[in-house]
Design a protein around this ligand. Structure first.
Ligand SMILES: [Zn+2]
Length: 151
């Protein structure tokens, strides 16, 4: 899933529980969401127009979410940011591998975790952005209702 969807889901987990024990669950939520059908390139190309559009929008939304969290989550902001970071960080491996590939450097063989991370993303489809948008809408409504309860 997109970084925004991983982050907003973790933000909601943190705001529901308001407790630090949610952090490992926030990390695990990454893999649960990746196992759902979502946006991805199925034609074997690393980067195409759809990929650039999708991840540009994702980056803008992610920055907006971070700013919103900093402004509206009060004394829960550090918990929410920690949860969002943990829920997003597993995808850093893909950015690193893509960077190596684009630089035409040797891409390391996938380890057991990377192979698992690939295998669970069986449902990557170019039309998966519709699912991403639906998920974001639901999580956005929940986020707003949770933020309203902070006081
Ligand atoms: Zn992932």
């Amino acid at each position: 899933m997109t970084a925004t969807n991983h982050s907003i889901t973790a933000a909601n987990l943190a705001l529901v529980t308001k407790s630090w024990w949610i952090l490992p669950i926030a990390l695990l939520s990454h893999f649960v969401l990746d196992a759902l059908p979502h946006f991805g390139n199925t034609k074997g190309k690393d980067i195409d127009k759809k990929f650039i559009t999708m991840y540009t929008i994702d980056f803008i939304l992610l920055c907006s979410l971070w700013l919103t969290v900093l402004l509206v989550t009060g004394h829960f902001r550090y918990l929410v940011i920690a949860a969002m970071t943990l829920a997003t960080i597993p995808d850093v491996v893909w950015i690193y591998r893509l960077f190596l590939k684009l630089k035409k450097k040797a891409v390391p063989k996938k380890n057991i975790l990377t192979r698992f991370h690939t295998a669970i993303q069986w449902g990557e489809r170019t039309w998966g952005w519709t699912i991403e948008l639906g998920w974001l809408s639901i999580m956005g409504v929940i986020f707003i209702s949770l933020v309203r309860k902070i006081g």
